[in-house]
Design a protein around this ligand. Structure first.
Ligand SMILES: *Cc1c(COP(=O)(O)O)cnc(C)c1O
Length: 245
């Protein structure tokens, strides 16, 4: 319990330190606490320690937790891979989606966003290191997709998300993040007034949040450094059953 609160504080210190080092304001990047694989109780503890924004990657695992925590004023970000058959649940229960990588999914999320809810805040996931295994779109496709998303009534395009290849070369990490920041500038220019809400760079995780903040990250997504090392999940459904057992 103390562990999560202390880890959160340490993480906030890292963020404000990096913001200062970048010459940005101390609160330049908001923290998305990535709670995937951890139970609702851990999220409750983090909330009691002042955390409001949480990220989840697996719909089946997330929904029961969202329900258990419905009494708290939390903001939920979906950061995982998107499948067509899960878009309705995401559009209904989440505030943000970081991982949009094609127009069909964007269209479905817009169509399925319930009437009366504010627009779903979305980022396009950019594949910056060109790795075949990573999801996300290349630079050209991202521009085309951005143009399509700003025309969808129930989505609000906020920017780009990226996950560089793992590694400890801070120079390489920074160059990857810099490329995403440049792409955001290009998109803002090319979209003109339609791009007015593009203010978000979702980049940086437990191991590379400093590099990301130095290159302009406005949302960092941190799991391990807050909740600890995750169990490997082969089967999200089975994992959920174990969590609720
Ligand atoms: C799991 C996950 C994170 C958190 O990663 P850590 O290294 O544990 O901080 C961030 N972003 C995405 C998209 C993730 O899936």
């Amino acid at each position: 319990m103390v562990a999560i609160a202390a880890a959160l504080q340490a993480c906030r210190n890292r963020i404000s330190h990096a913001c200062k080092e970048a010459g940005r304001s101390a609160d330049c990047a908001s923290l998305v606490a990535v709670s995937k694989t951890f139970p609702a109780d851990s999220i409750r503890i983090a909330h009691a320690a002042g955390q409001r924004i949480f990220g989840e990657s697996y719909v089946q695992e997330a929904l029961p937790k969202l329900e258990q925590l419905a009494d708290l004023p939390l903001e939920w970000h979906f950061i995982g891979p998107l499948q067509s058959n899960k878009t309705r649940q995401i559009a209904t229960h989440f505030n943000w989606v970081h991982s949009i990588a094609n127009e069909k999914i964007a269209q479905r999320l817009s169509d399925q966003r319930p009437a009366g809810m504010p627009p779903l805040q979305v980022c396009i996931q950019i594949n910056i290191s060109g790795e075949a295994s990573k999801s996300g779109v290349g630079a050209d496709a991202a521009m085309a997709l951005a143009g399509a998303i700003v025309g969808l009534p129930n989505l609000r395009l906020r920017g780009f998300m990226a996950i560089p290849e793992p590694g400890h070369d801070i120079g390489l990490q920074r160059s990857r993040f810099r490329r995403v920041a440049e792409l955001l500038q290009v998109a803002r220019k090319s979209l003109g007034p339609a791009g007015q809400h593009l203010d978000t760079l979702s980049m940086g995780m437990s191991d590379d949040l400093e590099a990301a903040i130095l290159e302009g990250a406005t949302l960092v997504r941190v799991g391990t450094a807050i909740f600890g090392v995750r169990p490997v999940i082969d089967d999200p459904k089975k994992h959920q059953q174990e969590l609720s057992a």
